[in-house]
Design a protein. Structure first.
Length: 318
């Protein structure tokens, strides 16, 4: 049994090891109910690691990994899940408040970056990004938009890396402006980011080239070209913008969304995303994903279901 094999060695696991292994197993793709049941057995067995008891010192990225991993087995570990959910919910509420307040300080990029980096988070995970966007008062994009976005992304074969399809419909100087565009993540931004007010945050690596940030910068560039010559403030712009991303947005991009809300208070944002188990953030970020999840053995590199579970498990057991 998994628990019997793990028992003698679980005490040796530190927080990041167990969090990373749990999430690596939780994010492995499965093909049927039997494989899903096997994955859950591993998660339940590993949740007994001594480092998880008590949970009081867990925070930041380690807590994020734990919450997103155990989300799938919450009914099997009710007492443990209650502790995790309570701690993680408190962290999400504090994070939302921080981003709302820190966004106002983005005029001081260094202070803003330090505050975001101090959270020790890279993202909030696929199972909590939607909830977190709601805390920022960012609604889910419509089904019609998401369907259209996926078609555009498929036509451009954008699925090989993280991509974002965006559209906006705004009023600028009494004129309606409607545009749409597709953006791909790149190693570093080739946009005029330093000339625009959105600040990206290096969280383990440079995130200025992320697709959703490029889409937001594109909107601001279009608005400035339309409104600045007429002496109008961006705060007067009204309308909406929708984004669909092929991966859950990272914390840097979530922060950029909060900044955009401050710059354009009359703009309604809609954001949706896809997430596929085992998928990294994109080609340019794949190596960095492993750094953020050091115990990970990516399923896209040849591991398969049960074998994937064994690889993650044995990496620290043997």
């Amino acid at each position: 049994m998994i628990a019997d094999a793990a028992g003698p060695r679980l005490a040796e696991f530190n927080e990041l090891w167990i969090g990373s292994i749990l999430w690596s197993i939780a994010s492995c793709p499965v093909n049927d109910a039997e494989e899903d049941a096997e994955r859950k057995r591993y998660l339940v067995a590993l949740s007994r690691a001594p480092v998880l008891h008590p949970l009081g010192q867990w925070k930041g990225h380690k807590l994020c990994l734990l919450a997103n991993a155990l989300f799938q087995v919450q009914d099997e570990v009710p007492e443990m899940w209650h502790q995790v959910k309570t701690c993680w919910t408190q962290e999400l509420l504090a994070l939302a408040e921080l981003l709302r307040s820190a966004a106002l300080e983005a005029a001081d990029p260094q202070r803003y970056r330090l505050r975001v980096q101090a959270t020790e988070l890279f993202h909030v995970g696929p199972f909590y990004t939607r909830q977190f966007l709601e805390l920022l008062q960012i609604k889910e994009a419509s089904h019609e938009f998401v369907t259209s976005a996926r078609l555009h992304l498929q036509e451009r074969e954008a699925s090989r890396g993280v991509a974002c399809f965006a559209s906006f419909d705004v009023m600028v100087n009494g004129t309606k402006v409607v545009k749409e565009g597709l953006f791909l993540t790149s190693p570093a931004s080739d946009a005029c980011g330093d000339q625009l007010p959105l600040v990206s945050v290096a969280l383990n690596h440079d995130r200025s080239g992320h697709a959703e940030l490029k889409a937001m910068q594109w909107l601001l560039q279009n608005l400035r070209e339309a409104s600045v010559p007429a002496g109008k403030s961006l705060r007067e712009v009204s309308g909406h913008m929708s984004l669909h991303v092929t991966h859950h947005p990272c914390l840097s991009c979530l922060g950029a969304l909060a900044q955009l809300q401050g710059i354009l208070p009359q703009l309604q944002l809609y954001v949706s995303f896809d997430w596929t188990p085992g998928a990294a953030r994109g080609g340019c970020d794949a190596a960095h994903e492993d750094a953020e999840h050091p115990a990970a053995v990516s399923p896209s590199r040849g591991a398969h279901s049960g074998g994937c579970f064994e690889a993650h498990f044995e990496a620290k057991i043997t």
